[in-house]
Design a protein around this ligand. Structure first.
Ligand code: IPE
Ligand code: IPE
Ligand code: MG
Length: 240
């Protein structure tokens, strides 16, 4: 039977922005040069979303495993996040972007946490595009933190064990207000998800592409969104 194309664009696209380090190394430059080049790509991709019909964009900026990198790289990334937020806040606001952050903020420095809170508040009334940035995010860590809060609610009598199911558990995740991703893209040729949106991507479509993140353009993004339209999503059922 002919594959039935999907009607409509992916409402939520999630991107594992990988390959910054290799991009820099190929040019004989330090890894942080690649991270700066990668950060510069974000604006164009966010701005492409409304035309493509993508309402939610979630990007993986720093994982709970990325603390294993050298102190120089970690400190450089944290400084880049602070500068990026301070510099881009006004443009994001004016573009109608609502920014949210997911991940465990507690381990981030206070200045960065304050900038994140401010940007969320500044853009809270926007709804042209929903940009979610994952910093100190890990899918397992998120599920563990969610389970802890859920257990507290059960212990306090706010929730009964019988009420714990596939609908109630995700209300405790960092992504509680977001729809599940329809399309997950990973750049740089690695075919793994590295602990990103584990629960939420159970039925996402995946694209693993060789392009390194600093080379990821609006055209590449547009082509992947178009290809999504030809996929056949079955969700365990049979298309008739
Ligand atoms: C992705 O690029 C950005 C982060 C993980 C912060 P990498 O830094 O992982 O780049 P590669 O994979 O080493 O090329
Ligand atoms: C995943 O990339 C995390 C981010 C893009 C922020 P990594 O480069 O850290 O993942 P691994 O080490 O290749 O699995
Ligand atoms: Mg990598």
């Amino acid at each position: 039977m002919a594959a039935k194309p999907i009607s409509g664009p992916p409402r939520h696209v999630a991107i594992i922005m990988d390959g910054n380090g290799r991009w820099a190394t190929m040019r004989g430059r330090p890894r942080l040069f690649g991270h700066h080049a990668g950060a510069k790509r974000v604006r164009e991709i966010v701005e492409a979303c409304p035309d493509l019909g993508v309402k939610y964009l979630t990007i993986f900026a720093f994982s709970t495993e990325n603390w294993k990198r050298t102190q120089v790289e970690v400190a450089g990334l944290m400084s880049l996040f602070r500068r990026y937020i301070a510099k881009e806040a006004r443009a994001l606001f004016e573009e109608g972007v609502r920014v949210r952050f997911i991940g465990d903020r507690v381990r981030l420095d206070k200045k960065l946490q304050a900038l994140m809170d401010e940007l969320e508040t500044l853009t809270a009334k926007n709804d042209r595009v929903n940009l979610t940035i994952a910093i100190n995010y890990g899918g397992r860590d998120e599920v563990a933190r969610a389970t802890k809060r859920l257990a507290e609610d059960v212990a306090n009598g706010k929730l009964s064990p019988e009420e714990v199911n596939e609908e109630t558990l995700p209300k405790y995740l960092d992504t509680c207000v977001l729809p599940d991703p329809d399309l997950v893209i990973r750049t740089s040729g690695e075919a793994r998800i590295s602990n990103f949106l584990l629960w939420q991507s159970a039925y996402a479509e995946y694209e693993f592409i060789d392009t390194l993140w600093p080379d990821f353009t609006r055209d590449v993004f547009t082509a992947l969104v178009a290809r999504y339209g030809n996929r056949e999503r079955r969700f365990g059922g049979v298309l008739g």
